[in-house]
Design a protein around this ligand. Structure first.
Ligand SMILES: NC(=O)c1ccc[n+]([C@@H]2O[C@H](COP(=O)([O-])OP(=O)(O)OC[C@H]3O[C@@H](n4cnc5c(N)ncnc54)[C@H](O)[C@@H]3O)[C@@H](O)[C@H]2O)c1
Length: 264
């Protein structure tokens, strides 16, 4: 799908990948661009120079996601492309993370995509056209060694996109799932605090949010389900699929090496 002339909504657009996406897609002259974030001042600061509409959003609440869609539709008409990009890192470590942390991650990293799809699919299926995109992560295809909460919720976001792609793509609604590895944004800083997390992330090479935005624009044009801004992620997936035990051994070696201070 070409993005010029389209009505595009991006969540989590006050910073990081969302802000870069907003800047890149604005260059393509959409009909209407809406930038939503819980940081409304940040969203306004990004939206102003782009001539975009800024909307305050709590992506962890269905009411708020529905209200975003209503406000965007009131100003710009039917939404063509909805990029559900807001995400939270959860907590470092394993199952000991508190239920409140799990709950927020499920709501923001998974349910926000469900709620947007629930609100938008009926009208998109009626029109026989529309595009739903979520930002998952390579952590949803491989893993994120520093955080169980993040890995589990991002796997769910990938599963959601796969299911929807199979079900709806032949009825006119395109689905894409953005799966970057390490991207230099504020979110990355938390994962980099953990030696194993940093080793695994830097193994794939760190890229800039603008690189992700370029890959997303290409992915939308080509209507690709999986958008992989890091070249080596497809190779890691192939290795995992071909020999999961070998892949797990390799991941254990990276974690052990990073924690013991020896190369993996
Ligand atoms: N940075 C990376 O290395 C990386 C890698 C893979 C995937 N991702 C994913 O990319 C997406 C964007 O992350 P980023 O790296 O730009 O992080 P970021 O922290 O820089 O930006 C996230 C944005 O989402 C907003 N947000 C968070 N919770 C929200 C909520 N409940 N309601 C509304 N807005 C909310 C924040 O205010 C912020 O503007 C996330 O889904 C993240 O999981 C990031």
């Amino acid at each position: 799908m070409e993005v010029s002339g389209r009505h595009i909504v991006i969540t989590g657009a006050a910073g990081g990948i969302g802000r870069a996406l907003a800047g890149r897609l604005a260059e393509e002259r959409p009909r209407h661009l809406v930038l939503a974030d819980r940081d409304i001042d940040g969203a306004r600061a990004v939206a102003g120079p782009l001539g975009a509409q800024a909307v305050e959003l709590d992506a962890g609440e269905e009411r708020s996601v529905v209200s975003l869609i209503e406000q965007a539709t009131a100003e710009g008409g039917p939404i063509d492309i909805f990029i559900s990009n807001a995400g939270v890192p959860g907590a470092m470590g394993g199952p000991e993370a508190e239920d409140a942390v799990w709950d927020e991650a499920w709501r923001v990293n998974v349910m926000s995509h469900v709620w947007a799809s629930r609100a938008l699919l009926p009208q998109m299926l009626d029109r026989g056209e529309g595009y739903l995109i979520n930002t998952a992560s390579a952590a949803g295809l491989l893993t994120q060694v520093s955080s169980l909460v993040y890995s589990v919720t991002k796997h769910a976001a990938v599963a959601l996109a796969e299911w929807m792609s199979i079900e709806y793509s032949e009825r006119g609604v395109r689905i894409s799932c953005i799966c970057p590895q390490g991207v230099r944004t504020p979110m990355l800083e938390l994962a980099m605090e953990d030696a194993a997390g940093a080793a695994a992330l830097t193994a794939g090479g760190l890229i800039e949010p603008e690189d992700v935005a370029d890959a997303v624009l290409d992915g939308i044009r080509e209507e690709r389900m999986l958008i992989l801004p890091h070249e080596n992620v497809a190779g890691f997936m192939a290795l995992k699929g071909a020999d999961p035990e070998r892949w797990l051994k390799g991941m254990r070696r990276i974690v052990r090496g990073a924690r013991e201070g020896t190369p993996g």
